[in-house]
Design a protein around this ligand. Structure first.
Ligand SMILES: *Cc1c(COP(=O)(O)O)cnc(C)c1O
Length: 470
């Protein structure tokens, strides 16, 4: 900033100096040029250099060019290469190029997608994407869609709608009367429900101690034959994609009966629901259309940028009541006003990323994306089993592989060594009391070569640990 210059003049100058925007793109493109080949986890040196960010907030404004250079110089090398094909930690997607680029364009628009009058464009794209998703998931009829930050929030909203609806049926207006002295609700779910489901249950005041836990089979699927008698006060929570094994609950044998009993069925399909897009894998989601609500992510299997979560709810009135919002300044329109289907009011137009990703892939592309992930998971299993000392504990139903060594200690040490080697990144988990290395194949970019390199790295790690123990 020049001496005596006003802040406004400084900021307008930064806009007219379009160098800063091309600079951001240049740095981004340089990053993309080697992210697919580099080590997945940043090296010690890059991590140590993060200390450069430990500084007091500057007194005076700083030029954007300087800021972008600093970010690229110290930030880029310290990122975890989740854009690449060898990040197998948690269940994280990567970004499809069109989604990434569209998100960048949308940043220039800076739209608040709360209401139609704030962004007719976001409202239109939300409406269009809703029909595309209904088509892919084979959902007929009317559904309310909320475009939220992720499955955690999608599940929270869906269960809020369920809670509102079931209490309403008993003449209890939750919004006015609250939970004190309200009729009891039952929560039934499998012992392998994702922890974000439990978080939603506690946030909603339903209490995890009240959950009726159902035993699961050896792949983590809820045992349909052990589900207790359901009724109209029950929320039944199922899952498409066990976070460890990737297995799916048997919707066809469960949902019909649960529906007849009057229960509200929610399906947590954060990464798994996209199996429905593939004719080869859609048997996994068969029967899901009977559920009342779904949570699913764009940012996992579909490979949109963060943060793209989708909430789908059959009972629009219940969802809108649960997330109700009013004010004399609010302008309702005949078109979609997103904020009535989300917990937040102001929201970036994340729908642009989702729209562009789906448009870029098309129906066949989404199917191929999902099938390729599944093929790579099968290949990983096949290759790792050839190596003495590793075994795989799960059937590959989707994209997850659970690997162990001879005992928990060796598994843990080998996993740490794999992380150290940085060729790929994997995390750990527990599977029926055993320590496992969890491999989640969720990036469009994972090639057969990536699988081979990663399997070799597993081998090298185990050999290293064995050598050390001699
Ligand atoms: C990732 C995940 C979630 C949480 O989703 P976020 O988008 O991270 O909030 C919920 N359920 C399952 C099965 C998941 O894999």
């Amino acid at each position: 900033m020049k001496k005596g210059q006003s802040l406004q003049d400084f900021l307008f100058e930064e806009i007219s100096d379009n160098k800063i925007f091309s600079k951001a793109t240049d740095h981004g493109m340089n990053y993309l040029r080697d992210v697919f080949d580099r080590n997945v986890f940043p090296g010690e040196e890059a991590l140590a250099r993060l200390a450069t960010f430990d500084e007091k907030l500057n007194d005076q404004p700083v030029n954007a060019v300087e800021i972008l250079d600093k970010l690229h110089q110290y930030g880029s090398p310290a990122t975890v290469a989740q854009m690449g094909g060898r990040y197998f930690g948690f269940v994280c997607g990567s970004s499809i190029p069109a989604g990434l680029a569209a998100k960048n364009l949308a940043s220039f628009w800076d739209q608040n997608s709360a209401m139609y009058v704030l962004s007719p464009l976001a409202s239109k794209l939300e409406t269009v994407v809703e029909s595309w998703i209904k088509d892919i998931f084979n959902l007929r009829g009317d559904y309310a869609f909320g475009f939220v930050s992720g499955s955690s929030l999608a599940t929270f909203c869906a269960l809020a709608a369920a809670r509102y609806s079931l209490l309403k049926k008993q003449d209890w207006d939750l919004n006015r009367k609250g939970l004190q002295n309200s009729p009891d609700l039952r929560i039934v779910t499998g012992k392998h429900a994702h922890s974000t489901v439990l978080k939603a249950v506690s946030l909603l005041g339903l209490g995890t101690d009240n959950i009726e836990w159902v035993e699961v089979d050896d792949q983590g699927r809820i045992r349909a034959d052990l589900i207790p008698r359901l009724d109209g006060n029950t929320i039944l929570i199922l899952q498409a994609g066990n976070v460890n094994s990737g297995s799916f609950d048997d919707f066809s044998s469960i949902c019909g009966k649960a529906k007849k009993a009057g229960a509200w069925i929610h399906i947590d399909g954060a990464f798994g629901l996209w199996a429905a897009a593939s004719s080869r894998l859609s048997f996994l989601t068969e029967g899901m259309e009977k559920a009342d609500s779904f949570s699913v992510d764009g940012h996992k299997t579909l490979n949109t940028p963060y943060d793209n979560g989708i909430l789908i709810c059959r009972d629009k009135a219940a969802l809108q009541s649960a997330l109700h919002m009013s004010g004399s300044y609010i302008i309702k329109s005949a078109d979609k006003d997103g904020m009535f289907h989300t917990p937040e009011m102001s929201r970036r137009a994340r729908i642009v990323d989702l729209w562009a990703t789906m448009k870029s892939l098309g129906k066949s592309g989404i199917a191929e994306l999902v099938e390729t992930m599944s093929d790579r998971a099968c290949l990983f299993k096949k290759e790792i089993q050839k190596i003495d000392g590793f075994s795989v504990l799960n059937e590959i139903s989707f994209n997850q592989v659970l690997v162990t060594c001879k005992n928990d200690e060796l598994t843990e040490k080998t996993m740490k060594k794999i992380q150290d080697l940085r060729v790929c990144w994997v995390g750990g988990s527990q599977w029926f009391g055993r320590k496992v290395i969890r491999v989640s194949i969720s990036s469009w970019a994972t090639t057969e070569k990536d699988i081979q390199m990663s399997v070799n790295s597993f081998k090298e790690a185990l050999e290293y640990i064995r050598e050390e123990e001699k």
